[in-house]
Design a protein around this ligand. Structure first.
Ligand code: PMP
Length: 454
């Protein structure tokens, strides 16, 4: 093996050449360099250990360092490292498509592969447009998602994304995307089924305002990540499904984060009891051992393309990449053999209870989520519900909590796409011991922040 680049050189090279995501280039040389992983932990180039409380980026569901997955990649690369799904097929993509069809609810039986979540969302939007054209309703091209929801950054997916600070500087985006009220419940007037009603009705409002004959689909995450794990209030998805059906609109469940056990089910729509027309997924599909995404499509939507001249004019070189598919099959085998979705259901109450011990802290306003997917919303004073100013927020998250939790050995996410939140999404192999470690570090960091900020 060639001699590896030294630590100092790596930082210098990063400063000069690397362009990381959503990050100021000026800081590139100071980012931590993570070199290995094992179970729920990762290690930096000083050998320091961190609890990976975010599962990489909401995806290392089976944990780091899984030999089964590395072996699957090695075997596949030796046998057939690549061949396109453009008028060819190969066993791992066929087998994975069949496996996903067997796991997905209802008649979601047809799988289009891509390389991540954003392109799965793009695929879904293009597909619903073409479906409606083929069905003689070419006017249906608009889509509705929710405020603050993140669905990807390519120009189509970005239009569906509802985060102004990510979208606005890239206007004009793909036309036809609208954003409805999300289900953020903390400190809202409406709660429970009443909240479900007003949020679902807001989707219907847009459909009616735009004209149902122009609306193709609604894109929703089972639990909305951005904004801090916005859970659906009871009956929300049933109401949305009814509204979609009433107006002939399709429902896309964007499960880029929520699928493959994160919420205790292979597909999170099962947790909330609704049947989507398409599931988009990625991340936990391979636990991040290779890039892979998929749009899992209902027989009904695929029907106009079956036994007809109608072709989906869409493709990605790496669609169904053999190594990604082989890894996904091995990953799903681990999820099933170790019953990791079941483990999440077994331990989710313990996770929540452990997190809820933080409620005695003044800055901890709301703890919400499901399965192994939680957000902690921070306020200046949980008794009075006073919120932080923008400057305070930036200081709290960027100046204190983010560096301090990392220093204390926890990788989590602090974000303020809406109110400030700490986000947690540990590997599904985590249990009570890791929950205690997460909470111990958060308690220390938040307590220090309270002291610093008065
Ligand atoms: N949809 C959702 C719900 C996501 O969480 C993400 C990424 N976090 C995406 C789409 C985009 O996925 P990718 O970064 O793989 O394009």
């Amino acid at each position: 093996m060639a001699e590896r680049t030294s630590k100092a050189e790596l930082r210098q090279l990063a400063r000069k050449h690397l362009w990381p995501c959503f990050s100021p280039l000026s800081e590139t040389g100071s980012y931590p360099v993570i070199v290995s992983g094992d179970g729920c932990y990762v290690f930096d180039d000083d050998g320091k250990r961190y609890l990976d409380g975010l599962a990489g980026l909401f995806l290392t569901n089976v944990g780091h360092g899984r030999k089964e997955l590395a072996d699957a990649a090695y075997e596949q690369a030796n046998k057939l490292h690549f061949f396109p799904l453009w008028t060819f097929a190969h066993p791992s993509a066929i087998e994975l498509a069949a496996k996903l069809a067997s796991l997905a609810p209802g008649d979601l039986n047809r799988v289009f592969f891509g390389s991540g979540g954003g392109d799965a969302v793009e695929t879904a939007w293009k597909l619903v447009k073409q479906y409606f054209r083929a069905m003689g309703q070419p006017g249906r091209y608009k889509v509705i998602s929710r405020n603050i929801a993140y669905h990807g950054t390519t120009l189509g997916a970005l239009a569906i994304t509802g985060v102004p600070e990510i979208r606005d500087r890239y206007a004009p985006l793909a036309p036809g995307a609208f954003h409805a009220r999300n289900t953020h419940a903390y400190l809202q007037k409406e709660q429970g089924e009443e909240l479900a009603e007003v949020c679902a009705n807001d989707i219907e409002r847009i459909i009616l305002e735009e004209g149902p004959e122009t609306v193709a689909a609604v894109f929703l995450e089972p639990v909305q990540n951005a904004g801090g794990c916005l859970v659906p209030p009871p009956t929300y998805f049933q109401r949305v499904r009814e509204i979609c059906d009433r107006h002939g609109v399709l429902l896309v469940s964007d499960e880029t984060i929520c699928a493959f056990g994160r919420l205790g089910h292979m597909f999170a729509c099962n947790r909330y009891g609704y049947q989507p027309d398409i599931i988009t997924c990625a991340k936990g599909l391979t636990s991040g051992y290779a890039p892979l995404g998929a749009a899992i499509v209902s027989d009904r939507l695929a029907e106009p393309f079956v036994d007809s001249d109608e072709t989906f004019m869409h493709g990605i070189t790496y669609s169904g990449h053999p190594i990604g598919c082989a890894i996904a099959l091995a990953n799903i085998e681990v999820l099933e053999c170790e019953n990791l979705p079941g483990r999440v259901l077994q331990y989710e109450d313990a996770f929540r209870s452990e997190l809820e011990t933080l409620y005695d802290l003044k800055f901890v306003g709301d703890i919400r989520g499901a399965g192994y997917f939680y957000g902690i919303e921070l306020v200046k004073d949980s008794a009075t519900h006073e919120r932080f100013t923008e400057a305070e927020r930036n200081h709290l998250l960027g100046g204190i909590l983010s560096p301090r939790t990392f220093e204390l050995g926890l990788i989590c996410r602090t974000e303020d796409k809406a109110e400030p939140v700490i986000q947690l999404s540990p590997p599904l192999i985590a249990g009570p011991e890791e929950f205690r470690e997460i909470v111990r570090i958060l308690r220390q960091a938040i307590t220090e922040a309270q002291e610093i900020m008065g």
